[in-house]
Design a protein. Structure first.
Length: 207
């Protein structure tokens, strides 16, 4: 993308992050720590696999550590130019930013989900508990399953939010994945959370 297009996209993604947390959820998530290069047990993370061929949009995402096995739906931009999150009526569904990379392709694919609703937990309620070395499996329309290894988990506060660092590709030769939901604490005044939980993973295998 050109520099201008990239700037517009990052702005839209930042606006999406704000929009995602403005639906008055009531279960704030805990803080997380980032662990890069090694698992909590000190074992090195596996090497990256070469990106898959184009195509293969995501249909489901499974995270064994969280007991998550959720449908994935396409999402675009809303009338304000922000990425449209899944509706609250489908809080157990994950949204994929379809104008970006598909999971498994070169680039950083974005999967977004709610942490909760006004009355119950949502699909990414426990996202902040993931750790380096955990696996995220994404089923694609071509029947393949792209397996991503988590490399770090962060709580990114709204103040000083760096959209390019959060959403941008870290390594040009990798297929990367971001899982994003609300985090920090719930602010009753602004009716939103103070941060986002961002899980970063990269492609390490297929099935």
């Amino acid at each position: 993308m050109t520099g201008v297009a990239w700037t517009v996209l990052l702005l839209a993604l930042w606006l999406w992050g704000k929009d995602l947390t403005d639906d008055a959820p009531r279960y704030p998530t805990g803080q997380t720590s980032a662990a890069q290069g090694r698992t909590d047990a000190g074992h090195p993370l596996p090497p990256a696999r070469a990106p898959l061929d184009e195509g293969g949009a995501p249909t489901r995402v499974a995270i064994a550590e969280l007991g998550v096995d959720a449908a994935v739906i396409r999402r675009g931009l809303d009338a304000d130019g922000a990425v449209d999150p899944p509706p609250m009526s489908r809080a157990e569904t994950v949204g994929w930013y379809a104008a970006g990379a598909a999971p498994g392709q070169a680039g950083a694919a974005l999967l977004v989900g709610h942490v909760d609703t006004e009355s119950e937990r949502a699909v990414f309620y426990e996202l902040s508990t993931l750790a380096a070395g955990d696996v995220v499996a994404v089923t694609r329309t071509d029947g393949s399953v792209a397996r991503f290894t988590v490399e770090d988990v962060e709580v990114v506060h709204r103040e000083g939010f760096d959209a390019e660092r959060v959403y941008g590709q870290r390594h040009a030769d990798r297929a990367e994945l971001r899982l994003i939901t609300c985090g920090g604490t719930f602010d009753q005044v602004t009716d939103s959370y103070t941060a986002n939980v961002v899980v970063s993973a990269y492609l390490t295998g297929t099935a």
